[in-house]
Design a binder for this molecule. Structure first.
Ligand code: AMP
Ligand code: GLY
Length: 420
């Protein structure tokens, strides 16, 4: 089959790496891709949000399948456009993608179906939002309603901090139109876990759980990022998986079928494991990044077969197998991240220990033959091992192979599990 992957980050490198292993994939393209992806697929210079360009390419090449990595093309309606043209495409349609594209929409569906989540209210008026924060008190969580690359959320420990976040989102509009509407939430306490699932309408097939590390600094300090590292399994929290499927994933999928808008693709549940049980922090409609980088190496079954089964509605009967090995991904980020990262810094990749690891490229670019930084998250250094300890020490050994000025990475990825 001729397959196109859309996107250019570490998640897409992991997707391409996995699909490249499929005996049924004979030609692999990625748009726009990155220098790491270029070693496995032909990169075509079409941006992930250029729907017309992508559609034209898919028609010209008579592609058998397109796999969408990031949320933006999904929320723009790429799946609807490809389907209208009779092209096979993996991901939810524009309406279902609202689950991620609008936090207010996601909250509405959860309330309707009875899915456990933080209490909330949403506002388009700054004064009304301020009054609500003053009534509720702190801690309290302020979220830009639209997409903000994982940075639109403030967990405010004081009312002043919450008011400042409202002023920035609604007054100064630092997230643009994404922040003119805000969701204000009850602050949940607990440990976080991500559960992804393949969903073909009614059938939900959860993947192995993983845990992301959102804050930039060790000990979960500092501002949130897109994710600084991940690991899988999550031994101290995984016992909750059946309850998560039963109270969250399945009710959502069934509720969407009943509402006449079946979800097809990957459902991402960001969860807080509270004292009262798992509660939803957010839904996304695609693989997580960095979560995909630890999960895909654990997948034993051919990813292509799972995608095809999702598209033709036969997910219920497909055997899906996982490796028992543990997997750890540590992100190497550019200086400045999660603020504006320094681009154009030369990167040196050395040989050495950690040869068994995958160096998934994220924000990299070739500039006159030299690999340079080109985004906040530069590499996802990922390794497997018999257990988390082994996977972790292999990933950190491989981190030494990636050198650039001002490299930032967390030293404590997977520490929460290893402390137990
Ligand atoms: P989100 O972009 O919705 O995933 O939020 C980013 C991060 O903010 C999450 O990973 C949590 O760490 C934190 N967060 C979001 N919502 C809440 C909440 N209601 N209570 C506590 N922390 C939250
Ligand atoms: N790692 C968080 C996300 O992909 O949304």
């Amino acid at each position: 089959m001729k397959v196109l992957v859309i996107g250019n980050g570490g998640r897409e490198h992991a997707l391409v790496w996995k699909l490249h292993q499929s005996p049924r994939v004979h030609t692999l393209y990625c748009a726009p891709g990155n220098p790491g992806i270029a070693e496995l697929a032909e990169c075509v210079p079409i941006a992930a949000n250029d729907l017309n360009g992508l559609l034209q390419f898919a028609k010209e090449q008579a592609l058998d399948l397109t796999v969408v990595g990031p949320e933006e093309p999904l929320t723009l309606g790429i799946v609807d456009a490809f389907q209208e043209a009779g092209l096979a495409v993996f991901g939810p349609d524009q309406q279902s993608a609202q689950l991620e594209g609008s936090k207010a929409f996601a909250k509405g569906i959860m309330a309707q179906v009875g899915i456990p989540t933080a209490a909330y209210a949403d506002f388009t008026d700054l004064d009304a939002a301020r009054r609500y924060v003053q009534e509720q008190g702190a801690p309290i969580v302020i979220k830009a309603d639209g997409l903000a690359a994982g940075k639109g959320v403030t967990v405010a420990e004081t009312v002043e901090e919450a008011e400042q976040a409202l002023e920035e989102a609604m007054g100064q509009q630092i997230f643009g139109a994404s922040g003119t509407r805000v969701v204000i939430e009850e602050c949940l306490r607990g440990e976080e876990m991500t559960v992804l699932a393949f969903v073909d309408g009614e059938t939900v097939r959860p993947m192995v759980p993983s845990q992301d590390h959102k804050p930039i600094f060790d000990g979960d300090l500092g501002p949130n990022t897109g994710g600084m590292g991940a690991y899988s399994p999550v031994p101290h929290l995984e016992a909750a998986l059946p309850a998560i499927t039963e109270t969250i994933l399945q009710p959502l999928a069934s509720g969407l079928v009943q509402a006449g808008r079946p979800f097809r693709g990957i459902l991402y549940a960001g969860l807080m494991m509270t004292a009262e049980g798992p509660k939803v922090i957010e839904f996304n409609v695609r693989f997580g990044d960095p979560e995909a980088q630890v999960i895909l190496p654990r997948l034993k079954t051919d990813l292509l077969e799972i995608i095809l089964a999702t598209l033709n509605g036969s997910l219920a009967t497909l055997p899906i197998e996982w490796h028992s090995e543990a997997s750890v991904c540590v992100i190497a980020a550019a200086p400045g991240y999660p603020g504006p990262p320094t681009k154009g810094l030369p990167i040196t990749l050395t040989e050495g220990t950690g040869e068994a690891a995958q160096l998934f490229h994220a924000g990299t670019r070739l500039q006159e033959g030299q690999l340079v930084t080109n985004g906040g998250r530069v590499f996802g250094v990922t390794a497997q091992g018999q257990d988390l300890e082994e996977a972790r020490s292999r990933a950190y050994a491989a981190m030494e192979r990636v050198q650039f000025k001002g490299k930032q990475f967390r030293q404590d990825i997977a520490a929460k599990a290893l402390r137990r």
